[in-house]
Unconditional design. Structure first.
Length: 424
């Protein structure tokens, strides 16, 4: 197999995929920490820290960090999710040693100075403002808050204006030193590489200041069911917008559930493309919305399936009723063989096409390792998708599309009463 895995005595995991037909290489260091690990006092710390680690280390300034990758035509970035953070770079294969050294430097030796905290605080606040100015983005955070309540999964990844303003340098730095440990890290590398050489380079780069001089076992997030606050039926942010943005969803399967493949195909068949049931009913037949889509989302111990539409405010109730009618029909009657096969083909094709470059391959093996503790074979994933049949779709649709729904709305509405009436 081209995917190989090594676990060091410190608990650090290194996974690689050799793709000898390309001239690039991608490295990602995945950290098993995200916004669900934060207390209210440090809400947004994971994302804030993601920004700060690029501000300088004991060996490099912020400019030297960015220019080292950009000067060889590479790309570097990072992202934070509810459950993990990733720092990554993609370069020509001959520049991989440098990329490993730079990304590792961020992980082991960032300074996180008080001046940088104050400067980057403004940047994060601007990012929050940008999110607030985009209702099609804001509605997803509102949905999480409405569905999960004031819990770790309900709070936004970016934090709040108050939590970011109140976060001190010491609280962010302590969070960094406590959560960025070898046992919580996965180093994923894909491209024109050799596993043994990558392990040697990673060990050398991460050995700075005794970072790897500990003994530990890899930490995998437990899949225990999570506690949820009391669920509200409708969440509303009243805004004078030209469109109403709505996200309608309900409980789905958690990350380790074997039904996740069927759930993904159900979401694709309902709202995964122009031929999907909801797109046809809402946009093609009635012209009520421009953007209509669905997706299934999984976490450790929880999951949802949800449906987005943006439409004229006076058409919002009609669109909501159509979504409910379509879901009720699928829950009662399932879907046709043709619909399911079309959705399976879309999911399979999307998976294959997503693996066309080293960056995407790195992302797949890194994410698999950080959340599952192993990398599922690509052929095994395709087989799992192919095995899904009409009975599986009918079973999962009947079990989950009938769950108590939650609706998030951003638009020019004064109250939620008429939407709550529809949901009842």
């Amino acid at each position: 197999m081209s995917v190989r895995r090594s676990v060091l005595p410190s608990g650090l995991r290194i996974v690689t995929e050799e793709v000898s037909s390309v001239r690039s290489a991608a490295i990602g260091i995945w950290v098993n920490v995200g916004s669900r690990d934060e207390t209210p006092a440090v809400a947004g710390a994971s994302h804030f820290l993601e920004h700060l680690l690029f501000k300088g280390t004991s060996r490099r300034t912020a400019l030297e960090i960015s220019s080292s990758i950009e000067s060889v035509g590479g790309e570097m970035n990072a992202f934070t999710s509810k459950e993990y953070t990733c720092f990554y770079a993609r370069v020509i294969d001959t520049d991989l040693p440098m990329a490993i050294d730079v990304i590792s430097d961020l992980i082991t030796s960032s300074v996180v100075s008080a001046l940088d905290v104050d400067a980057e605080r403004k940047v994060v606040l601007e990012e929050i403002a940008m999110r607030d100015d985009d209702p099609s983005d804001l509605v997803h955070d509102l949905y999480a808050e409405t569905y999960y309540g004031d819990t770790q999964l309900g709070r936004p990844i970016l934090g709040t204006i108050d939590s970011i303003n109140n976060m001190s340098r010491s609280s962010v730095f302590n969070y960094y030193k406590k959560r960025y440990l070898p046992q919580d890290l996965v180093v994923a590398v894909a491209g024109n590489i050799k596993h043994k050489k990558v392990v040697e380079m990673v060990q050398q780069a991460l050995s700075v200041d005794g970072f790897l001089d500990v003994t530990g076992a890899p930490v995998i997030r437990p899949n225990a069911p999570i506690k949820r606050a009391a669920q509200k039926s409708v969440g509303l942010i009243s805004r004078k917008t030209e469109q109403a943005h709505m996200f309608y969803g309900m409980e789905g399967v958690a990350r380790h559930d074997d039904q996740r493949f069927a759930m993904g195909i159900l979401a694709s068949a309902l709202g995964g493309g122009m031929s999907s049931r909801l797109f046809q009913e809402i946009r093609e037949k009635r012209g009520l919305a421009y953007s209509v889509y669905a997706y299934a989302q999984q976490f450790a111990g929880s999951g949802q399936i949800g449906f987005y539409a943006g439409c004229k405010p006076d058409k919002a109730l009609e669109v909501l009723e159509i979504i409910r009618e379509v879901l009720a029909d699928v829950a009662d009657n399932g879907m046709s063989h043709e619909e399911i096969e079309r959705a399976k083909g879309a999911v399979r094709g999307s998976l294959v096409l997503s693996q066309e470059d080293s960056g995407s391959r790195m992302s797949r093996i890194g994410k698999n390792e950080i959340v599952y503790g192993h990398v599922m074979g690509f052929d095994d994933i395709l087989k799992a998708v192919s095995r899904v049949n009409e009975q599986d779709i009918r079973k999962i649709a009947n079990a989950y599309l009938t769950k108590t729904p939650t609706l998030a709305l951003v638009g020019p509405f004064k109250s939620t009463a008429k939407f709550e009436k529809v949901l009842r």
